[in-house]
Design a protein around this ligand. Structure first.
Ligand code: ME8
Length: 719
């Protein structure tokens, strides 16, 4: 067998301070889809996932559940493993950062960085939460994002990584390899962060013990993010006696020609993957990943689905009611990869019934039922006869075959670009076209005349050949997304194991004339979801009994006050980047809110305002709404301006805000803000601004975005 080219791809390794949920499942399912797609294209794939098990948060969670940290991480890590099994994900590796192979690799890496002169001892000054014994990424005098208590400014001796030495090299990397960071919005954010200047990074912690000891100074543990990022190579045996997997799946240059190694991550951890990780690898003299794709968030009730917000949906619920394929199809079809997408049970059931039950499932079952009735379990006689084809029948068939060839090429292009939603849309055009073809050619009329089932005719041969061939191709294309159904259909078509099929060679006309179908399966591929499916899933979610571990986990205090944005050049690490913003305060524009003087007289019920005051009617003229920042970037040659794209729930707008001196653009992504929504558009630096953000103005002209302590849905009116 010829050597198949290697392909390596990874998910983030998930924190074990929460059970897996649909958000974490999303990243893993998408990565699994890419892995399946690449395998079908003939690659030797290594797909890695795992769990991130060190750090103070974990230490605290263990304490809260009355376990030792090791007992705690063992249990939660097992939950991740078990869920991935339930979802039939095909990861080739699972790494845990508490495994000896990982610890040993990380220590090697840090020894190497020290030897190469990129680590030094220095002092670190930052905000410390005494109650939590944790450094937190907030400004002086601001409250701790975890417990809400006031933080203290503390100086501590620490090891530092010379991140600043890589500023230019990183910028060159982004320049030379535009695909290093995708999508474009994330690339722009990372670029602006690095252009803003990089400071050296504190990479050790002397104050707690649940981590990997710093080589040569065991009083310190390695900063959890540095420990975690290394998983991508320690899982391949880097730094161990057997590094053959590392050589094949990381060092081999053939990977890079194919866009690998590929890291799939959520957008909130872009900086760690696109700045710190390549800088560490450069410092160690190791090859870099080829591409990092930072996808958007799965939202529930318009907010990021996350444990700390308590708005999670469990993948198990969907698995139990509609099956794995339904979940995969929904996530890949409905959420545009790279952007945020909302999850609702209604939309899930609608997609399921519309596209899977009534669409693909129905097409397969009615076509195969006809084939079976005509050829009585065998397709041996089903050869298209040249003589039989009448012109009317041939024309639509050749239309279908042409469309098929186009759809194969388009889907490949879309999937290669990770545009799953568009790829699936295109495949479903083929489902609809095949349905339409059958409706036009009405083979059932040719099969049954006066109640009798007739044997094959050349005309029927041709119609059914075309329909079966279209189904075969649809199935091969859709296999990475709905693998269970595709496997069943492939067997029913008599084609054997779909994972042995070389999808790279897929073309119209490969159906083996006369091939025997596989055994009939009585259960429908996608039974139609009943009206109560949504209610059932909601009830399961609400009533599912919590395990002892879950109860303990849910009792762990979560974020009460959202962190403020970091200062422009601060690289102060936290255990985890703050999930910016859902509950956060809105931002204020640089200037106080200007309210127009009313041009109409006050109504009878509203007393006229005395000079200097406005009436309630005046105030209600100002439409204030809650929005969420989706894109934030600097405006070239304008030191104070940021260009934002904000989502108001019903629409997205561009707003220029004079807050560039107060906020790093990337710290605003995902943050909720208050927008003056009915301000007339105005142009600034050639760009149109459609609204204004609310912020407090403090001394020195700095803006502080207004915030909510509770969560507020997008588009909500502020009054
Ligand atoms: O950040 N929508 O772990 P984590 C989409 N341990 N994706 C989501 C999501 C949502 N609502 N919620 C979570 C960490 N995710 C670190 C990573 S990597 C070296 C260390 C996914 O448990 C998404 O991929 O907080 C996000 O980046 C990841 O889970 C965060 O998982």
């Amino acid at each position: 067998m010829p050597d198949r080219p290697p392909y390596y791809l990874t998910t983030p390794i998930y924190y074990v301070n929460a059970r897996p949920h649909l958000g974490t499942a999303y990243s893993t399912i998408v990565t699994d889809t890419i892995a399946r797609y690449k395998r079908a294209q003939g690659f030797d794939v290594f797909f890695l996932t795992g769990t991130d098990e060190h750090g103070q948060k974990i230490e605290r969670s263990a304490k809260a559940t009355n376990c030792t940290p090791q007992e705690f991480v063992d249990k939660v890590s097992e939950e991740f493993r078990a869920l991935w099994k339930t979802l039939e994900l095909t990861n080739d590796g699972f790494i845990r950062t508490t495994e000896p192979r990982h610890k040993q690799g990380v220590q090697r890496l840090f020894t190497l960085l020290k030897e190469r002169g990129y680590i030094y001892k220095g002092t670190y000054t930052g905000q410390y939460c005494v109650s939590d014994e944790a450094w937190v990424d907030v400004g002086p005098g601001e409250p701790c994002p975890d417990c809400g208590r006031i933080t203290e400014t503390v100086t501590e001796e620490n090891y530092f990584f010379k991140l600043s030495a890589f500023e230019r090299k990183l910028l060159e990397l982004y320049e030379e390899q535009p695909d290093f960071i995708r999508p474009e919005t994330r690339r722009n954010e990372v670029l602006s962060f690095v252009r803003g200047g990089l400071r050296d990074l504190s990479i050790s912690r002397p104050s707690f013990s649940w981590g990997i000891p710093f080589p040569g100074d065991e009083k310190h543990v390695i900063y959890v993010w540095m420990d975690a990022l290394a998983n991508y190579i320690t899982a391949l045996g880097w730094g161990s006696a057997d590094d053959s997997k590392y050589q094949r799946f990381w060092a081999d240059d053939r990977l890079r020609a194919e866009g690998a190694p590929l890291h799939i991550i959520g957008k909130e951890i872009s900086r760690f993957h696109c700045v710190y990780w390549p800088a560490v690898l450069m410092a160690a003299g190791l090859p870099l990943p080829k591409s990092i794709f930072a996808h958007g968030w799965l939202l529930f009730d318009q907010n990021k689905m996350s444990k700390s917000r308590g708005n999670v949906v469990r993948a198990e619920t969907i698995h139990d009611v509609l099956g794995n394929d339904a979940l995969r199809y929904f996530l890949l079809r409905e959420v545009v990869f790279g952007q945020d997408g909302n999850f609702t049970f209604d939309a899930l059931v609608q997609r399921y019934n519309g596209d899977l039950a009534n669409g693909y499932g129905n097409l397969v079952s009615r076509t195969l039922a006809m084939v079976r009735s005509v050829y009585a379990h065998s397709h041996t006689e089903g050869r298209p006869s040249e003589k039989s084809a009448s012109p009317q029948r041939k024309a639509p068939a050749s239309d279908l075959s042409r469309l098929v060839e186009e759809v194969i090429a388009d889907t490949r292009r879309y999937f290669d670009n990770f545009e799953f939603s568009r790829g699936l849309e295109r495949i479903w055009e083929l489902v609809a076209a095949t349905d339409g073809y059958l409706t036009r050619t009405t083979p059932w009329k040719l099969i049954k005349q006066q109640g009798t089932v007739l044997g094959p005719t050349p005309e029927l041969d041709e119609i059914l050949y075309n329909a079966v061939e279209a189904i075969r191709i649809i199935t091969a294309l859709v296999q990475p997304v709905i693998p269970e159904a595709a496997k069943t259909v492939w067997q029913q078509l008599g084609l054997g194991k779909i994972n042995e099929f070389d999808a790279a060679s897929l073309r119209w006309g490969q159906w083996n004339l006369g091939a025997e179908l596989g055994p009939k399966i009585e259960t429908p591929l996608f039974p139609r979801a009943e009206k109560d499916a949504v209610t059932r899933m909601k009830e399961i979610e609400e009533n599912r009994p919590q395990s002892a571990l879950e109860q303990a986990l849910s009792s762990i205090p979560t974020v009460r006050v959202e962190p403020s944005a970091t200062s422009p050049t601060s690289n102060a690490p936290t255990d985890k980047p703050a999930e910016k913003a859902d509950t956060t305060a809105p931002e204020a524009g640089p200037k106080p809110l200007a309210v127009e003087t009313p041009s109409t007289p006050a109504t009878v019920s509203t007393p006229a305002a005395v000079p200097g005051q406005i009436t309630i009617d005046d105030f209600t003229k100002v439409e204030l709404r809650v929005a969420q920042v989706k894109v934030a970037e600097r405006v070239p040659k304008a030191d104070k301006l940021l260009r934002l794209e904000v989502d108001l729930g019903s629409e997205t707008r561009q707003i220029l805000a004079g807050i560039a001196e107060s906020y790093e653009p990337e710290s605003l992504i995902g943050r909720k803000v208050i927008v003056v929504a009915n301000l007339a558009p105005r142009k600034m630096r050639g760009l149109e601004s459609n609204g204004m953000l609310l912020a407090g103005s403090i001394e020195g002209g700095k803006a502080v975005l207004a915030s909510f302590l509770e969560d507020v849905p997008l588009g909500a009116k502020v009054k």
